[in-house]
Design a protein around this ligand. Structure first.
Ligand SMILES: C[S@@+](CC[C@H](N)C(=O)[O-])C[C@H]1O[C@@H](n2cnc3c(N)ncnc32)[C@H](O)[C@@H]1O
Length: 277
């Protein structure tokens, strides 16, 4: 390892502290911290000096890669990162943190739902994309393919993509989703140039051992690159976040609070000294 582990974990800890609580209904399930260090360093390495887009990133891998570079833990990493996510809490938290990195890595974050076409200002604009989508156990991997297509639409031809999805050889659904996602990537002109199997663990109570892999893809056939983006058809929304849990919400809106980065004041009560408990 070519970097100081303590400095790296402390940098990632800043990002973890900044994340809003995950909403399980939308498959927001956060990656464990040691695996975030590994993924963030990897992302910084493969996207060195590049402008990249994250389609969804509750984990905070985008900020982690940027913060490792900004803190001098590593001397490589992307020059600019844009996050597109349908959760305004995540978008706002990334904007807030991103301001602190200004001058070192440019951070942008925008509200966007993958059911909509990629907005023209983001179409074919970036050098690479990163996705960690809903893993598609109940929709044959369709949710993975949707995020893969949106990431592809957002990048220029000949770009790179990193796809983080479930990978457990003992769970056949993960292997079929992995195969079908790679098949779709090939149809979109990519080759899978690196595959790191069973790499990350998550804070997932009902499947604590379920791991994800990291697939790096390079687009080698420009003729297959999409130059336009269409809304998602209704059939593709079914079971998007799991059985009987379709994609049916446009955005998660953040409710205003005066307690930014502090404990929400509706979760505790202050009892005066000497008072009754
Ligand atoms: C689906 S979660 C996958 C688990 C991942 N470990 C995480 O929690 O970030 C990844 C990200 O996708 C975002 N997301 C979920 N549904 C979306 C949608 N319809 N459009 C855009 N982003 C979405 C979530 O808010 C989250 O930030």
């Amino acid at each position: 390892m070519g970097f100081d582990l303590r400095n790296a974990i402390n940098a990632i800890s800043d990002v973890v502290q900044n994340r809003p609580a995950p909403i399980r209904e939308f498959d927001q399930i956060y990656m464990k911290v040691a695996d975030m260090v590994i993924q963030a360093e990897y992302v910084a390495r493969v996207f060195d000096n590049k402008k990249i887009v994250f389609v969804g990133d509750g984990d905070g891998i985008a900020l982690s890669a940027a913060h490792l570079k900004a803190e001098g833990v590593i001397d490589y990493g992307p020059t600019a990162i844009t996050l597109l996510d349908f959760d305004e809490r995540i978008v706002n938290s990334v904007k807030r943190f991103g301001e602190k990195l200004s001058g070192k890595v440019d951070i942008e974050a925008h509200l966007y739902n993958v059911s909509d076409p990629i907005p023209t200002e983001h179409l074919n604009r970036y050098d690479g994309f990163h996705i960690n989508p809903p893993w598609g156990a109940s929709n044959g991997g369709e949710s993975v393919v949707v995020f893969l297509e949106r990431g592809t639409e957002a990048i220029k031809t000949g770009g790179l993509g990193v796809m983080v999805i479930a990978d457990d050889p003992d769970l056949p659904w993960t292997q079929f989703v992995l195969r079908d996602a790679q098949q779709r990537a090939i149809e979109l002109g990519y080759v899978v140039c690196e595959m790191q199997p069973q790499l990350h663990l998550y804070h997932l109570d009902d499947a604590p051992d379920l791991r994800s892999c990291s697939c790096l893809m390079r687009q080698i056939d420009a003729s297959l690159h999409p130059s336009a983006s269409q809304p998602l058809s209704k059939e593709r929304l079914t079971n998007f976040y799991g059985k009987s849990n379709p994609l049916q919400y446009q955005y998660v809106k953040e409710l205003p609070t005066l307690n930014v980065e502090r404990a929400p004041d509706n979760q505790y009560q202050l009892m005066p000294l000497g008072g009754e408990c």
